[in-house]
Design a protein around this ligand. Structure first.
Ligand code: ATP
Ligand code: MG
Length: 465
């Protein structure tokens, strides 16, 4: 190799290293990036698919002389030809300036980072000012793990882009010329069906471990792959979930399991060892088989949630969390019955309280839901009472419908008698006269209760040694 070639390679390497150092100087605010601009003819976002209220807000900001963009899930979903859940607007106008533009239709919210809620028609459109990349990573005193604690400085659009989570979530639709602005590899990743974090995945997960949950959520929702580097990191970094406030994890759980892909999300969460940090009690049960049958109740429950969302039927957090925590509750209650001779209802009451108390440390389920969850659990043994006035009384219980749906799931998972669930299906659909004929003599129903545990596979099997 001659001298000039070596010198040229050396100079090229030096320039690349310099460029790299400059672009990595994120925390000093020295970002040098040239965005790709995808002009209107080269992308598929049509204003016809953007809500009128979001468009109105974008135009008004623009007319007042500010930059205004759509960003996040709205842009991503439009580019994918999906119907967006909502439209988020970002601007270089500071919150007070947004307030000046929209007057009484604008409310500023949030203390740490101020956001504007703009009333537009019947909708509220969220307008955020470009956020800077924080230059202080307040290090958690106890763990020293560099979680992001301060996040409140306004910045440029470039900075705003780089602090977002995935490249496909950092695409901006510019109302000035209807172009799409891409500061990362968003468009290419969108085409490839790839979830790629902006920046170093390890740093980004450490800053905010919820990004691991978001990776799983988007992978299930969009059918995307998580890029290999991030995927490899996730199981090892899953324990960082301990640092996340339990109230935030509750919100994330709703997004994870009420998004219409709960079964797939659940399987992915388990695959990346994340489920363990949300519901450790349940994870412990799922690892074991019972009487040689895998535990399928949670899957049945989540499949049911997905089906209801598909059919536009309502879903409730109480039912969801009752499903997610049932296995440990049922097992502990069984222990109380078998070891301590507790009555079934009392055992469920006690087990329910205990498992809930332990679970709340991770996921802060609000009381209004946990009260309903307990009722759903405690009503289960009452379905076995099919004599006298008991069935009628149960039918009028405010939580009957949820508890009955829960019983149907238990039967589907082979944990309650299918015959029992079918009886209740018929009973509630029948008129009084038929109902009277269905009521059982009191001796017969107690026999059924004893047979309940065997329903998984008919005859009890001998353990394989
Ligand atoms: P969805 O369709 O589920 O609402 P989304 O991408 O809009 O998906 P949001 O939670 O509404 O998700 O967040 C809006 C945008 O804010 C994201 O697209 C992303 O750019 C940014 N964002 C949200 N959460 C984070 C986070 N934890 N870290 C970095 N950026 C985030
Ligand atoms: Mg969104």
């Amino acid at each position: 190799m001659n001298f000039w070639l070596i010198a040229r390679n050396f100079a090229a390497a030096f320039l690349l290293a310099l460029l790299d150092a400059l672009t990595k100087g994120r925390s000093k605010g020295t970002i040098i990036r040239t965005p790709s601009i995808i002009a209107r003819p080269d992308h598929n976002i049509s204003r016809a698919n953007i809500s009128r209220s979001a468009l109105r807000v974008l135009y008004q900001l623009r007319e007042a002389g500010f930059d205004a963009y759509l960003v996040g899930g709205g842009v991503r979903d439009l580019l994918l030809g999906r119907e967006p859940k909502d439209f988020d607007v970002v601007t270089n106008a500071h919150p007070e300036q947004v307030k000046d533009v929209f007057g009484r239709n604008c409310h500023l919210i949030g203390r740490r980072f101020r956001l504007a809620h703009v009333r537009s028609g019947r909708d509220i459109v969220e307008v955020a000012t470009f956020r800077a990349i924080p230059n202080e990573y307040a290090v958690d005193q106890e763990t020293g793990n560099g979680m992001l604690l301060r996040d409140n400085v306004y910045g440029t659009i470039e900075e705003d882009a780089l602090r977002r989570d995935f490249t496909v979530n950092a695409l901006y639709y510019n109302i000035a010329d209807f172009s799409v602005v891409d500061y990362g590899s968003g468009m290419a990743d969108l085409r490839a069906g790839m979830l790629r974090l902006l920046g170093d995945p390890e740093v980004r997960f450490r800053e905010d471990p919820v990004r691991m949950l978001r990776a799983v959520r988007f992978a299930a929702k969009l059918g995307f792959n998580i890029d290999a580097a991030s995927e490899r990191l996730m199981p090892g970094m899953a324990s960082l979930m301990q640092e996340v406030p339990s109230a935030r994890l509750f919100d994330e759980c709703l997004k994870l399991f009420h998004g219409g892909q709960a079964v797939e999300t659940f399987e992915k969460l388990r695959h990346y060892r994340l489920f363990d940090w949300l519901f450790p009690e349940t994870e412990r049960c799922l690892g074991e088989e019972e009487e040689h049958f895998p535990i399928t109740f949670v899957i049945h429950g989540l499949a049911n949630t997905d089906a209801r969302i598909q059919e536009d039927k309502p879903v409730t957090p109480a039912f969801l969390f009752a499903v997610l925590l049932w296995e440990p509750v049922r097992r502990l209650a069984e222990e109380y019955v078998e070891n301590d001779g507790l009555d079934e209802v009392l055992a469920l009451q006690q087990a329910g309280s205990e498992i809930l108390t332990r679970s709340l440390e991770r996921v802060a389920i609000p009381k209004r839901y946990s009260l309903d969850m307990r009722e759903i659990w405690q009503l289960q043994p009452r379905f076995e009472g099919r004599s006298g006035k008991r069935p009628q009384r149960l039918l009028t219980h405010p939580r009957f419908r949820a508890a009955y749906d829960f019983l149907v799931l238990r039967a589907r998972a082979g944990e309650a008698e299918q015959e029992l669930a079918d009886w209740w299906t018929r009973f509630q659909a029948s008129g009084e006269e038929v109902q009277r004929t269905m009521i059982m003599p009191s001796g017969e129903e107690s026999g059924r209760r004893k047979r309940r545990r065997r329903s998984r596979g008919g005859k009890k099997q001998t353990p394989v040694t």
